[in-house]
Design a binder for this molecule. Structure first.
Ligand code: C2O
Ligand code: CU
Ligand code: CU
Length: 506
């Protein structure tokens, strides 16, 4: 285990970083003129210089501006619907620039949904549609994607389905799927990476009868926690330079650096999301204490399992229960991360739990959480190869799927509606980590590197990690909607470089 972890760490710390350090903001060539224009437009209007053309502000100033474990972990705001008529919950969301108090004594300009950093939470129920009226008051075109959802293509928020500055549009989420901890984020082609980095991400918690019937911790004992890294200049401004893994060394939990959460000595459910652009986390309690994982991207696992480590690549979620009654009131425990890149005294620490009071605990974690149907017969197998290629003198690196940069006018995979397929996804880089995300479907992981996956990957997934040289076999059923949906690496700096492709379900 230690050897394997070292190996992962080494891969993340060395080759990948070196390769990616040379990237510029300039997007890989796209066949789509409109997209190129939108990107140029966005760049022209953007008040923040980005990419390597701007002078490098030096190392991340974040760690020097913060005393760890002093700021309280914020609970992200839950949005209230503007209407609950017509059998649906309707929300009005405005995307706008705002200022957040991220670092003590500084105001940081961020891009937000409704001014909230961390982004807001939408709570939804299976079978009851959610309608979100989005208004874009930013200077850039955007696209709002509900990650992990089963939605018609018109509401998927794909990379080319842009919402221009000043415009509004309505996204309809049928919620015709089981409970799951989803999230929404920007997806405007070539700009998603910077937009998400600057704040355009929120949480979407979908519940159903199956989940509600369980005695899991609820209310204030059910905490969404979004983890990410960031880089700041000495004035507390967010610094975005594409492919900058070594320099994003400030760890944010719910938008605050190394916060502390005051908890009662009882069970908590934590909905962990890795909303980083590039950073992988391997999370542990500093004392090696048990963490009960109960869910993954697509909702609860069939059975909980107890572990000391939770791995999350960008975009992945883990639903865990931690029982703080093991700790004495007055004690503290740090949530740590064992993966580079970055100095361990900074990136190795995430947040702290301060056990401040005792509390009654009527919650529990049953041995069976749900049942999942066995993956059905597949009609077709295909292989998908992910690779990032370093640019030769003067040209930007390219993100490739099956040797090609994303082209919105090309269909890369024709899928017959109503069928199941097995996809073998391969990371062809020997020194760069990737992961793989399919829109529209929650899939099953059949194999990782030729072997059965571990319990963390035994449930429904929409994003899987692919360390250098790894491969996974996935089973997906395409029986919900027809149309063109993307699949991509969810290291957003990679998808922004073209590591994205498109399937057509018809
Ligand atoms: Cu979370 Cu295509 O994205
Ligand atoms: Cu998605
Ligand atoms: Cu990648």
């Amino acid at each position: 285990m230690v050897t394997r972890r070292r190996m992962i760490g080494a891969a993340l710390a060395t080759g990948g970083g070196v390769l990616l350090m040379r990237t510029t903001l300039r997007p890989a060539a796209s066949a789509d003129a409109a997209s190129a224009a939108a990107v140029q437009d966005a760049a022209a209007h953007h008040p923040h210089p980005s990419g390597t053309d701007a002078p490098d502000p030096g190392p991340d100033a974040g760690p020097g501006l913060v005393e760890k474990f002093t700021t309280a972990l914020p609970v992200p705001p839950v949005l209230s619907p503007v209407s609950t008529d017509g059998g649906a919950d309707t929300y009005a969301v405005t995307m706008l620039r705002s200022f957040a108090r991220i670092l003590p004594g500084h105001r940081t300009e961020v891009l937000t949904y409704n001014g909230a950093f961390p982004g807001p939470v939408i709570r939804a129920r299976s079978g009851r549609p959610v309608i979100v009226r989005q208004t874009n008051l930013l200077d850039d075109a955007v696209s709002v994607h509900l990650h992990g959802s089963r939605v018609p293509v018109t509401s998927d928020g794909g990379p080319m389905n842009l919402l221009d500055p000043g415009d509004s549009r309505t996204y309809t989420y049928p919620n015709d799927q089981p409970h799951a901890s989803l999230w929404f984020h920007d997806h405007a082609h070539h700009m998603e990476s910077e937009h998400v980095y600057r704040g355009l991400a929120g949480t979407y918690l979908l519940t159903d009868e199956t989940e509600r019937a369980l005695p899991l911790p609820t209310g204030r004992y059910d905490l969404p926690i979004a983890l990410r890294d960031a880089r700041f200049d000495a004035s507390g401004n967010l610094v975005y330079r594409m492919d900058d893994p070594f320099n994003r060394t400030t760890i944010l939990a719910n938008g605050r650096p190394w916060p502390k959460a005051e908890v009662a000595a009882r069970r908590y459910r934590l909905r962990l999301l890795n909303s980083s652009n590039l950073r992988f986390f391997s999370l542990r309690l500093a004392d090696g204490g048990p963490i009960t994982q109960i869910g993954s991207d697509g909702g609860l696992l069939e059975h909980p399992y107890t572990t000391d480590t939770v791995d999350l690549s960008p975009g992945e979620r883990a639903d865990v229960v931690i029982d703080f009654s093991r700790y004495k009131v007055g004690s503290t425990v740090v949530l740590t991360n064992s993966l580079p890149p970055g100095p361990a005294e900074h990136v190795g620490q995430v947040m702290r739990f301060d056990i401040v009071r005792s509390a009654a605990d009527p919650s529990g974690v049953p041995d069976t959480l749900r049942t999942l149907p066995a993956p059905g017969a597949a009609v077709r197998e295909r292989t998908v190869v992910l690779k990032v290629e370093e640019g030769t003198a003067g040209s930007a690196p390219r993100g490739l799927i099956d040797g090609k940069v994303y082209d919105p006018d090309r269909v890369d995979a024709q899928v017959a509606f109503g069928t199941s397929e097995i996809w073998t996804v391969v990371n062809a880089n020997t020194d760069v980590p990737h992961n793989f995300h399919l829109h529209l479907v929650q899939f099953r992981v059949l194999e990782r590197n030729g072997k059965a996956p571990g319990p963390a990957e035994s449930g429904l997934k929409d994003t899987v990690r692919l360390l250098p040289g790894e491969s996974v076999r996935l089973h997906a059923t395409f029986d919900s909607y027809r149309g063109r949906y993307p699949y991509h690496c969810h290291l957003l700096d990679h998808s922004a470089m073209g590591m994205m492709a498109q399937m057509e379900i018809g």
